[in-house]
Design a protein around this ligand. Structure first.
Ligand code: FAD
Ligand code: FES
Length: 282
């Protein structure tokens, strides 16, 4: 959905990171931390919903991370980082006031314009809420431009739910249908229990007028897409964000390549009909 590649405009060379200051670093779950970053020198990132940055911890390395704040938030941007290895572990040890390197924004984006006037269904499992969040926030900030908005969120347990206070706000909004479920109830959870796919039974879709944004781990993605398809949403209206191993982010090194496609530039946002042709991508 939309191929709107952006190059690293603010840095002299796209390989040289800009520097930025962490202005907020907060624990979200046992494995995820939230960061708000302000670029040095008053620079603005200028990202679009769905893009990512290469974040470097100097002396350790860099990792691609989705920008999880709305594109309308221009003076800072936000990241939700899962501790997975060397770079992300080092990031987790950083605090407000520390400096990181930033390259980007990279990749294409969700087509927020094309979705105007349409119903939007977000299906976000686990960490998938991070790349979905800029699009969700943008839609909610421009609520009257969109039709029915449904947000389905799933996590293994309530301890693993991301952006909990925002989920509560979305659930309370009369103009949004936000349904949250966990696979297993723990610690007095009084909400829904069941896989995210069970939430499809609670929403009524107008499939030919719906853009379905499905993001999450591969197994969840597979079954959520099957639900969207069986509800009648056409393949070209199902949009997702793909993760591949990446290095340059610039379509040069080939680390992210699937046949003729460079996920770092042609993606990470793809429609399901594009993805189906890239079987290895799913
Ligand atoms: C476009 C894009 C957006 C992403 N957005 C986010 C995000 O918002 N938040 C977040 O926490 N993570 C995100 N990731 C995943 C993140 O980039 C990896 O977890 C990170 O690169 C791991 O780096 P590391 O040095 O900490 O771990 P390493 O020491 O490099 O590796 C740790 C483990 O993670 C595996 N791994 C490394 N890169 C990836 C990858 N891209 N996908 C799957 N497994 C990988 C390695 O094989 C190894 O098993 C994104 C990845 C891509 C490509
Ligand atoms: S990450 Fe280098 S070509 Fe995509």
């Amino acid at each position: 959905m939309g191929k709107d590649n952006t190059t690293c405009a603010a840095s002299a060379s796209p390989y040289v990171p800009m520097t930025g200051k962490i202005v907020a670093a907060e624990k979200m779950t046992d494995t995820e931390r939230f960061f708000r970053i302000v670029l040095d020198g008053g620079r603005q990132l200028g990202h679009k919903a769905g893009q990512f940055v290469e974040v470097s911890v100097f002396g350790i390395g860099e990792a691609p991370i989705s920008i999880c704040s709305s594109p309308t938030q221009v003076d800072s941007f936000e990241l939700c980082v899962r501790s997975a290895g060397n770079v992300t572990r080092a990031l987790h040890a950083m605090k407000a006031g520390d400096t990181v390197g930033i390259r980007g924004p990279f990749g294409n984006c969700f087509d927020t314009e094309k979705a105007k006037g349409q119903d939007v269904l977000f299906v976000a499992g686990g960490l998938g809420l991070a790349p979905a969040r800029p699009f969700i926030r943008y839609v909610l900030e421009h609520r009257k431009d969109y039709g029915k908005v449904s947000i389905l969120v799933g996590a293994k347990t309530q301890a693993e739910l991301l952006f909990k206070s925002e989920l509560k706000e979305w659930e309370a909004r009369p103009d949004v249908e936000c349904l949250v479920t966990v696979d297993r109830a723990t610690d007095g959870w009084a909400g829904r229990v069941g896989l995210i796919t069970t939430l499809f039974g609670e929403v009524t879709l107008s499939p030919m007028n719906t853009v379905a944004v499905v993001i999450g781990p591969p197994i969840m993605f597979k079954f959520a897409v099957l639900e969207a398809l069986s509800a009648g949403v056409p393949e070209h209206r199902i949009v997702c964000s793909l993760e591949r191993k990446m290095k340059c982010g610039l379509g040069k090194c080939g680390h992210c390549q699937i046949r003729h496609v460079y996920v770092c530039q042609d993606g990470p946002v793809f429609t399901y009909d594009q993805l189906r042709k890239l079987r290895e991508g799913i």
